[in-house]
Each structure stands twice: as structure tokens, then as C-alpha cells.
Design a protein around this ligand. Structure first.
Ligand code: FAD
Length: 429
């Protein structure tokens, strides 16, 4: 029997990329949604510390956005398509590796259609709209594989939070830091960081979208039969910037994800709307630490990324490198993702991964799609979505419920091994 959702309260903890999207999904389904966020409303903040500026969004993220009607705005109006990787060699030469298997553009259903790799029919059509030269209309079934560079802030603040406000939903609770949660009873305690008061909240369903260092997950870790693993890799990352050229335009061809693969380390650059590039340097901390003077830094760049010195600018490179510090990268795995039918983890809280996979946000948004599919299947009956086992009080692991991460890790592992082998070949050649 279809369950009524309107009298059910859901507390979503964390108004990041996944929490704000999930809030939209649940509000659309008719739940009484309350979104709790530790920070201030980031729409009021000038600078959001410790966050990447742009992200690579794939079809998985786009599918998540589509269901709440924001894909068009984010991708068509503000996304910059990247149809290929542009590999920068040490000698300054470049080579494009398209995301399509052979770089062709095809039309679905015709003989010219070339399925992109990986092509997962179960995830819906892998389509990308490109103008039809015959009639200049956009609604084509043309296929050309691309991932999109999107601004994190634009997606999170200016689209998802604003979109969430358009659904009938309680006002957002900013400055609310989750302290503890009684996972089975649906009770949570927050610290109101403005008044310093503790606030107790009841909910029928609590969803932890509170990121890689999730407090909701910490509550689950106190329980028996909860598995958890975290790993810091020896590499750190630092964001630098290639500014627009003197003519105000992109200094490099914009429709590529630029990569400087160098074996143990690499640099990547994604285009921004303002014609600048966000450059991310991934290296072992030992190398970051060894670059301790401007001369050593410049020597390192001359050897490894000579073309980047001109693009970033010598002085800017020195200034930005020493004004920043390299940040760590963590990956997190845990299981199960839920306790009873009352609490659930999504996004980085459930499965944080290193950023150079370019998949964390995409997987998190896909979580929202999977949860929707499960709720559709079980007609919004949370107890059937995650049935309880008599012995542990947690749910049996329904295949469909656990599939996002299992599929994700397999897919990511597969993609990464392909990228790594291509890069290894390039580096060796
Ligand atoms: P978050 O975005 O971390 O949001 C968590 C929210 O919870 C935050 O707003 C936080 O303030 C709030 N919160 C935390 N604790 C509490 C608490 N106790 N109480 C209340 N609120 C709390 N992914 C991609 O798909 N493509 C990319 O190209 C990509 N590039 C990346 C580059 C970098 C440098 C990094 C670091 C990550 C990148 N990622 C990328 C990964 C992506 O950023 C994350 O996977 C994504 O942000 C996860 O979203 P989330 O909502 O689960 O968590």
C-alpha cells in the first residue's frame, strides 16, 4: 500500500551538494523536510574555505540533477563541456584523448552511433545535445561524450539550495551542528552555534549527508556489526589558478580536461566560466615539503610543467604556491549505510573517495537517484526499503539498496585502471 509521506518528518544533515539535492528529492515526494547545516548559508558567504572551485560532472551527476529540474540550468547554461582529456607532455607537446571510444559523434539509433565508454544502458541514454547544423535546433539525439566543468558554489548555493526553497519545506536550519543521534529512536541533538544552545529534534528518518568526516557515521560506528575503513593516501592536493589571457579569453583550448601526468604526481586543470582555469596539483606530501623556496619551486616546474609557468605566470605561481598549503585526501568505506528504517548515510558520509577520481559528487548524486528508485519500488515505505533483521536491529542488505556503492566502486576501479594504463603508456612513450 502506498505510504503517505506528508506527515513524515525527514531531517537531512548537511546542506552540501548531496544533502541539498536529497532535500529537493524528498520534498518533491511530499515529506516534511528539515535541512540542518553546520555552516552559515553559503549564499551569504564571500569565500567558502577548503573547497574545490570547480568539479567534473558526468552523466551520473546530471541524472541526479535532472529529476529535480535543474540539470538544464547547471549544464546547459553554466557547464563547460570537456569532450576529451588534453595530455601535456614534458616537452610542451599535447595530445587529446576523447571520452568517446574513437572520438566520433554519432546519432543514437543510426549506424554512426558509437557508444561511449563506459556505456551503461541501465543508467539511461548517454546523450549530449549538440546543435544540428541542418536546423540549428538543440533537441537532437546526437551523442558525444563529455563531462562538464561546473562551479561548486554555483551548483550548491545558487541552484540546489535555491531550488530546495522552491519546494514546500521548512526553513533551513543553518548554524546547526549535529552533536549526537539516537539512531533507532530518530532523535538528534544539535548545537545552535549562534546561541550556543543545544536543540533536540525528532524525525521519522534521519539522513546523514554531512561529508567525509560525518558525525552521523560516527554514531553508527558505535554499533556492533558496523564496518568502517578510512585511508589517507600519501599525496596531498593544492589548487592554483591560470588566469584569463590579456585578451580576456581562455589561455588554453577550453573544452578539455587538461592533464599533466608525471608518474607519481600529476596536475590537472578545469575551465571556469570567467575564462580562468582551476589547476590542481596532486603530489606526495614529501615533494610538496621539499619545494621550500621560490627557486626550487621554479626548477621543479621547469622540469615537470614548463608550459604551466607561462600560463600561471611566474610571480603568481610563487605567490599562490606559498600562500596555500597542500591538503590531505581521504577515502572512506563503510557498511551498512543505514540503521533501522530511521537513519541513513549518503554521499561522502557513506563513501568518500580521493578527488582525482572526479566521482565523489557524481556518486553522491547517484545515491539520490538510487534512493528514489527504491522508494518508488517500495512505495515510500521506509520499513520495506530497509527491512530490519531480527539479530542486529539493522537492515538486511537488499541488493538494490547497497548497489550504488558496489556499482560505484567497481565502475570507479574500472575507469581508474583504464586512465592509469593510458597515462602509463603516455608517460612511457
Ligand atoms: P560535502 O560537500 O562535504 O557537504 C557536507 C556538508 O555537511 C557541509 O556543508 C558541511 O558543512 C556539513 N556538515 C558537516 N558536519 C556537520 C555536522 N556535524 N552538522 C551539520 N552539518 C555538518 N567530485 C566529483 O564528482 N567531481 C570532481 O571533479 C570532484 N573534484 C573534487 C576536487 C577536490 C579538490 C575535492 C576535495 C573533492 C572533489 N570531488 C569531486 C568530491 C566532491 O567534492 C564530494 O564528493 C562532494 O562534495 C560530496 O558531497 P557531500 O554533500 O556528500 O559532502
Amino acid at each position: 500500500m502506498k505510504q503517505s509521506t506528508s506527515n513524515k518528518k525527514v531531517a537531512v544533515v548537511g546542506a552540501g551538494l548531496v544533502g541539498s539535492l536529497e532535500a529537493c528529492y524528498l520534498a518533491k515526494r511530499g515529506y516534511d523536510v528539515h535541512l540542518y547545516e553546520y555552516r552559515d548559508d553559503i549564499r551569504n558567504m564571500e569565500h567558502v574555505p577548503g573547497r574545490s572551485i570547480n568539479l567534473a560532472m558526468s552523466i551520473r551527476g546530471r541524472t541526479g540533477l535532472k529529476a529535480v529540474g535543474v540539470e538544464e540550468k547547471i549544464i546547459r547554461e553554466h557547464g563547460i563541456p570537456m569532450y576529451a582529456r588534453m595530455i601535456h607532455n614534458r616537452d610542451g607537446s599535447t595530445k587529446a584523448i576523447p571520452y568517446n571510444k574513437d572520438g566520433k559523434v554519432g546519432v543514437r539509433g543510426s549506424k554512426r552511433f558509437v557508444p561511449p565508454t563506459p556505456f551503461l544502458p541501465s543508467q539511461g541514454p548517454y546523450i549530449d545535445l549538440v546543435p544540428n547544423p541542418k536546423n540549428n535546433q538543440r533537441h537532437l539525439r546526437a551523442v558525444r561524450s563529455a563531462i562538464y566543468s561546473v562551479g561548486r558554489r554555483f551548483v550548491n548555493d545558487w541552484v540546489l539550495l535555491t531550488r530546495a526553497e522552491e519546494f514546500p519545506m521548512s526553513p533551513f536550519h543553518f548554524h546547526h551542528k549535529l552533536l549526537t543521534a539516537d539512531l533507532e529512536r530518530g532523535k538528534m541533538t544539535f548545537l545552535d552555534t549562534m546561541s550556543q544552545d543545544e536543540v533536540t529534534v525528532d524525525a521519522d528518518l534521519m539522513i546523514g549527508c554531512d561529508g567525509a568526516y560525518s558525525n552521523m557515521r560516527k554514531q553508527m560506528m558505535k554499533r556492533p556489526m558496523f564496518n568502517y575503513r578510512q585511508q589517507y593516501i600519501p599525496h596531498g592536493y593544492m589548487e592554483l589558478c591560470i588566469p584569463p589571457g590579456s585578451d580576456g579569453n581562455f589561455q588554453m583550448p577550453p573544452n578539455y580536461l587538461h592533464i599533466w601526468p608525471r608518474g607519481q604526481y600529476m596536475m590537472i586543470a578545469l575551465p571556469n566560466q570567467d575564462k580562468s582555469w582551476t589547476v590542481t596539483l596532486f603530489m606526495p606530501f614529501g615533494i610538496f615539503n621539499s619545494l621550500d623556496t621560490p627557486e626550487v619551486l621554479l626548477d621543479f616546474f621547469k622540469t615537470n610543467y614548463p608550459d604551466a609557468i607561462t600560463l600561471i605566470g611566474r610571480e603568481k605561481l610563487i605567490h599562490d604556491f606559498f600562500a596555500n598549503k597542500a591538503l590531505p585526501m581521504i577515502s572512506v568505506k563503510c557498511s551498512p549505510y543505514h540503521v533501522g528504517s530511521t537513519s541513513l548515510l549518503m554521499g561522502d558520509a557513506a563513501h568518500a573517495m580521493v578527488p582525482f577520481y572526479g566521482q565523489g559528487m557524481n556518486c553522491g548524486m547517484e545515491d539520490c537517484v538510487f534512493l528514489k528508485e527504491i522508494m518508488d519500488k517500495y512505495e515510500s515505505d521506509e520499513r520495506r526499503c530497509c527491512p530490519r533483521t531480527p539479530s542486529t536491529g539493522t537492515q538486511t542488505r537488499r541488493r538494490s539498496w547497497t548497489s550504488p556503492c558496489t556499482t560505484t566502486s567497481r565502475l570507479v576501479g574500472w575507469c581508474v585502471s583504464i586512465v592509469v594504463s593510458v597515462m602509463r603508456d603516455l608517460v612511457n612513450s
